[in-house]
Write a protein that binds this ligand. Sequence first.
Ligand SMILES: [Zn+2]
Ligand SMILES: [Zn+2]
Length: 222
Amino acid sequence: MPVPADDELLVRVRACGVCRTDLHVAEGDLPVHRVGVTPGHEVVGTVAGAGAAVRGLAVGDRVGVAWLRRTDGDCAYCARGAENLCPESEYTGWYADGGYAEYTTVPAAFAYRMPDDVHDVAPAPLLCAGIIGHRALRRAALPPGGRLGLYGFGGSAHGVRAPLPAVAGCGSARGPEGGADRRGGGVGERPVVRRCAPTVQAMWPGEQARCGGGSGVSGDGV
Ligand SMILES: [Zn+2]
Ligand SMILES: [Zn+2]
């Protein structure tokens, strides 16, 4: 059982997504910061304990634990809201044990309170891929009816593609270019993907635009 530091929560893990970065950590593609570290940084769980300095979260609260685990809070990047660039940043499941375990710890300042009306599993991928996609979409400042292209975007594109028409006022989304992914088989050719596509107003190259053309979003669907 991990022991939380004064400013940390002990979290009982209820769900944890799988990110490609977990494989980079496990396979040694990234430098080791903690020998034998437990990966997993898309965690949803309940607070099972708290350090003495924690305020605002208590045992029983449901929280999410994301990739960015800790920053120094006082460098130039942190001061301008770009804490992801902090030179002292630490990451869940890389610098500290993550969510592929029954329990993990997280600094309370970097835990996200989860709404009560969603299942544990659904928000887990949003805690890495979803954050990336959401940030990219916001920074794109897409105007109503504008075009947005997403390239080689993996799971983050899935997080953006579904809400995009509602968020940006766009008419349609475009599926994977060419319909082929690195594993072969062509994600765009998979029946389940094809059946789901119309529900998010997606179309594939070569098909008639469903919603009058105009905007398009393309993910690699991996
Ligand atoms: Zn990740
Ligand atoms: Zn900083």
